[in-house]
Design a protein around this ligand. Sequence first.
Ligand code: AMP
Ligand code: ZN
Ligand code: FE
Ligand code: FE
Length: 293
Amino acid sequence: MELRADLHVHSIASDGRLSPSELVRYAARVGLSVMALTDHDSAEGVAEAVETARQYPSLLVLPGVEINTDMPHSELHMLGFCMEYRDPVFQKELCGLRMGRLERGRAMVSKLAGLGIIIDWDRVQHLAGDGSVGRPHVAQAILESGYVKTLGEAFDRYIGREGPAYIEREKITPQKAVKLIIDAGGFAVMAHPHSFSPGKIEELLSELVPAGLSGLEVYYGNNKPADVEWLVSIAGKHSLLTSGGSDYHGFGGEKETGLGNADVPTGCIDKFLQRAAKHQPGLVQQWNLTAAR
Ligand code: AMP
Ligand code: ZN
Ligand code: FE
Ligand code: FE
C-alpha cells in the first residue's frame, strides 16, 4: 500500500502558523497516513495532536521534536521521534531551552532598538503565544512595523546569522540532544543534513553515530534528486534510517513546500514505522488495526 508521510512539521507550539489540531485536520484532509509534529525545542503540542488524531483512524500522528543544537560557527537541528513526551526530565530540558529563547528574543529586540528598529517586545511575545519564541516571530514584528517588505528581508538585513541584531541562542551540543531524545525513549535523526557538505556530514556522523544517532532526514521539502541520492548512500553506509518531511510552518515563504510535499517513498516510511513501533507500540498498533479496516 502506498503511504504518504510528513515527518517534519511545526505548529504554534513553536513558530508554525497552525495549532496542533488544525495541522492534524489538514494532514487528514490532504490524505497523509503519517505525520510527526516536530516543534523547535518543544513537545508541548504533541498531546493535542495525538488526541485530535483519534478522530482520524487512517492518520498516525507521532510525537516529535526538533532540537536546535550548537556547533562552532553553525548549528545542527536534531529531530527526535517517538519519545515519551511527558517524561519530566525531557520536559524540563526543553523548558530550559525555551527560557533561553525568551531571553534571547528580548535581547534581539533591544539590539534592534539600538539600530533604530523599534519593535514591541509584547508584540513578539504575542506572536509567539504559548510557543517557543523564535526569529520568525521577531521577523514578523519587524515586518508589521514597516521596516521591511518581506520576512526574508528581516533576516537578510537584521536577524540572519550574520545580521547586526542576531544573537545566539542557548543551545546544547548535538550529542546531548541525541542523549536527551534516547533517554526519553525516542530516536534521533539529523534534520536537513543537505545543508552540510558531504565531508562535514561524515565528520559529524563519526561522532554522532557512536552517540546513538539513528537516522538522516533525506527527503526534505524540495530537495534535489542529487541531494537525495548522496544522502541515501551516506545513510546506507552508516546503516542509518532515513526520514523525510516538508518542514511546514504554514507561512508560505519562498522556501516552504506544502504539508506532505516531501515525496517520502513508501519504503522509507515502512522502515521508519518499524522503528517507531518499537518506541510507541500503542500508537502504531492502534493505527495499523484501524487503518486496515
Ligand atoms: P531560531 O530558531 O529562533 O534561530 O529561528 C530559526 C528559524 O527561522 C528557522 O527554523 C526558519 O524557520 C527561520 N529562518 C531562518 N533563516 C531564515 C531566512 N533567511 N528567511 C526566512 N526564515 C528563516
Ligand atoms: Zn521553524
Ligand atoms: Fe530545522
Ligand atoms: Fe524545522
